[in-house]
Design a protein around this ligand. Structure first.
Ligand code: MN
Length: 534
């Protein structure tokens, strides 16, 4: 059977990043993009160039670091959005401008206040404008699934004539059924005379839990690009999850005669990188990516599994990169075994980094009898701090109890000089962070704090994620220790080091949005709305 190629368009860095709790800075976007490249996605939507200076700069940086996939930037159907996108992606090996405009009567009437004719006209003009700059232009008909089908077909035909290479039919609000999706794509494939001149794409949201099912229905009807995110993150209830779409295609090849370029063994690592960057835990029952996804607890299942794994296993854990054995390391493990383990987990480090990590590992092995794979990952991930070490923890003492006010005495090092402060608080973490704030003399607020046990045992490592804010923005930090107060201080210092790290000289954004254009006012130009699209 001839398998048709499905293009995987990943929008973790755009639609996913728009979701609360998932925003990423420039270094984090590069790290995620490099992992997406290793995973084998065809297109990375790296951001929305005109939305902010940060988006613009990070799209540019992704283009510099990531060479295999196409790098796309989102644009409204406005010349200056297209100009900004073009500036951001012009350094890419292969760049794509992704335009969108809503086509449903609901959006036309209440959001755009434009007629169908005006939308059709603007779509084709802007596609042609973008094609004058770059060869690869994608056009999305926002709210396609609630758009009149005759009108939808007319717009698809017109934008393909104007030069769009990819036409996306998003279920922007997650309203469609699988039947709706199939009918819409099937109608376009059969009725639009030039439909074969472009790739038809689907972009499905999960508001009714239908994102993956709708995406598969769209592919079966003829769409050849699936727009997805790692772990299904995205606006509101999220997008179709990449790993679920891809593993459906792979596991059910009998009904999906398709192939992708995805190296499925990189799926687990991709989910892990996303979790480590954002600090947001993956639900244990999450299909493919969750920690329970391949666990067989019940006795009946275990018995069947031992007789023949096919009894209860439709895909192997190894096929998505979950390693079967979890070899335990202890304090007698040598550097060689340690390095080998890191290699198996997909990490590579320089000699200096390895010897520093090894000494941290020895430290941990002294405090904790068995070092498991999850401990190693937490330890190694805390080494990725994305900023130079400016402030370092020297020592701390906390005094805490239910009858006293907590106090903390913290000593930090900077350039080999020690600085000490004492502070009180209603709890030991609060007291310790206040002492840190006094020392670094840089006011911040704590926006988020999560503490997780890395493993189940009493001597487990505690992993703390914090999000700190100063007047310039938010900074994430991670800290790992068998002592949760120490982990809290370390996570806070990781964020502070980013905060005080010589801020990149503020560059004037070349495409500052203005309010001088009445059409733009209709297109939601105010800052609060700017990041809410598609
Ligand atoms: Mn979307």
């Amino acid at each position: 059977m001839q398998k048709e190629r499905i293009h995987i368009f990943d929008t973790t860095l755009r639609d996913g990043e728009q979701a609360p709790g998932y925003s990423m800075n420039l270094d984090e976007k590069i790290r995620m993009a490099l992992q997406l490249e290793a995973l084998g996605v065809d297109v990375i939507e790296a951001g929305f160039a005109i939305a902010s200076e940060g988006d613009f700069e990070s799209i540019k940086a992704v283009c510099e670091h990531v060479k295999k996939p196409i790098i796309a930037s989102l644009s409204r159907s406005l010349e200056k959005d297209i100009d900004a996108s073009y500036e951001a992606i012009r350094g890419a090996e292969r760049g794509r401008i992704h335009l969108f405009l809503a086509t449903s009567d609901l959006h036309l009437k209440y959001k755009l206040r434009m007629s169908r004719e005006e939308v059709l006209d603007r779509s084709t003009k802007m596609v042609a404008y973008a094609r004058n700059k770059i060869d690869d232009v994608q056009f999305s008909l926002e709210d396609a699934t609630r758009t009149d089908l005759d009108y939808l077909c007319a717009v698809v035909e017109a934008v393909i004539n104007a030069g769009a290479n990819v036409v996306n039919l998003p279920d922007t609000v997650g309203y469609a059924s699988t039947g709706d999706l199939h009918r819409m794509v099937d109608t376009v494939m059969n009725r639009v005379p030039n439909a074969d001149k472009a790739i038809i794409a689907v972009h499905c949201h999960n508001d009714l839990g239908m994102g993956v099912a709708n995406t598969l229905a769209g592919l079966n009807a003829g769409a050849r690009q699936a727009e997805v995110t790692i772990c299904g993150i995205g606006e509101r209830a999220g997008n179709a999850a990449l790993e679920e779409v891809v593993m459906n295609l792979k596991t059910r090849g009998d009904i999906y005669p398709f192939e992708t370029n995805i190296n499925t063994e990189q799926i687990t690592q991709s989910a892990r990188v996303l979790k480590q960057i954002t600090g947001v835990k993956i639900h244990p029952s999450k299909a493919i990516g969750g920690s329970n996804a391949f666990a067989h607890e019940s006795g009946i299942h275990q018995h069947g599994m031992m007789a023949n794994s096919l009894t209860y296993e439709i895909m192997t854990p190894e096929s998505v990169g979950v390693k079967k054995t979890s070899l335990v390391l202890g304090k007698h493990s040598g550097q060689h075994a340690f390095e080998q383990r890191l290699g198996e987990l997909g990490y590579s480090f320089t000699k200096e980094e390895l010897s520093r990590l090894f000494s941290e590992f020895k430290n941990l092995a002294d405090r904790k009898k068995n070092v498991e794979e999850r401990d190693l990952i937490a330890l190694v991930e805390s080494a990725y701090q994305g900023a130079p070490t400016i402030w370092e923890l020297d020592s701390f003492v906390v005094n805490s109890g239910n009858l006293i006010t907590s106090t903390a005495c913290v000593t930090l090092k900077k350039d080999d000089e020690k600085h000490q402060e004492v502070a009180w608080g209603t709890g030991p973490v609060y007291a310790a962070l206040r002492a840190v704030e006094k020392i670094v003399d840089h006011p911040f607020s704590l926006e988020d704090y999560t503490l997780q046990a890395v493993t189940e045992h009493r001597d487990a490592l505690g992993e703390v994620f914090v999000k700190l804010r100063d007047e310039r923005g938010t900074y994430r930090g991670r800290g790992v220790s068998t002592d949760v107060i120490e982990a809290s201080i370390l996570s806070c210092l990781a964020a502070i080091n980013k905060m005080v790290d010589g801020a990149p000289a503020k560059q004037e954004h070349p495409f500052k949005p203005t309010n001088d254009h009445s059409f733009e006012n209709d297109m939601l130009m105010n800052n609060s709305d700017k990041r809410r699209f598609m």
